[in-house]
Design a binder for this molecule. Sequence first.
Ligand code: ZN
Length: 290
Amino acid sequence: MGEAPLFEDIRYDRPAERVARITLARPEKHNGQSTRMLYEINDALNLAMDDDGVHAVIVAADGKNFSSGHDLTDTAKIGDLRPPVMGFGGYRQPGPEGYMAREQEIYLGFCWRWRNLPKPIIVAVQGKAIAGGLMLIWPFDLIIASEDAEFSDPVVAFGMNGHEFFVHAYEVGHRKAKQMLFTGEPIGAAEAKQLGMVNEVVPREELESFTLAMAEKIASRPMIGLKMAKMSVNQSMDAQGLWNAIQSAFNLHHFGHANNLVMHGQLVDPAGLETIKREARASRERAAKE
Ligand code: ZN
């Protein structure tokens, strides 16, 4: 098994035979995605893929919420922490060119790379997964949610189409995807299961043990069978045009960023933050009354 490497924003461990686990470990920041966290997840997935003793991987999160999305306070530039992985180039160019390159690398590039890794990856989700938080869930294979989990992408309020890995319509169906995006409202665990976006819903205190038991069961299968099964399902979605659809939306996403730069002098419409905060406040007040 060897020495576990040192990560700062995640942990990597082997909780059972043939099972590796990656845990988002910034609970005080609601697991906001720093550039470091994304590179560390990518490195940890590489460890798990390169280790023939690992047949299944769990992605989990410490704390109350799975992930609040991109860490907007993060100032790390591409190349500061690790050599770039996806080979797009242009990361230090000014304006939309450099910004698109950044998102090609750590958002779209990583998500698509992770989606195509051949070993089964199971995500355990509790609490909130917001916008970019979904990019640490949707690229993977199975989703186990605790009863309190909720999934949202409110970034239309920022003058954007949605987060960078645009698979919304595939995940929740096209009607619900539009509702989710237009209103910014979250989809709860039970509804997410009904929609086929979540595999199983369990009580919060059983999330870890239930996910581990499923990972162990999966990991008892031969790797070659698991790999071929995963690739076959993925290819059936590729045949429907999944990758082309994702890239089209990514291009619109970057029209959105460029438009916001011209209109507001920043990558997102600043009015969006107030809208999102106001609605979150109202929903907390409603919940407190119930
Ligand atoms: Zn973006």
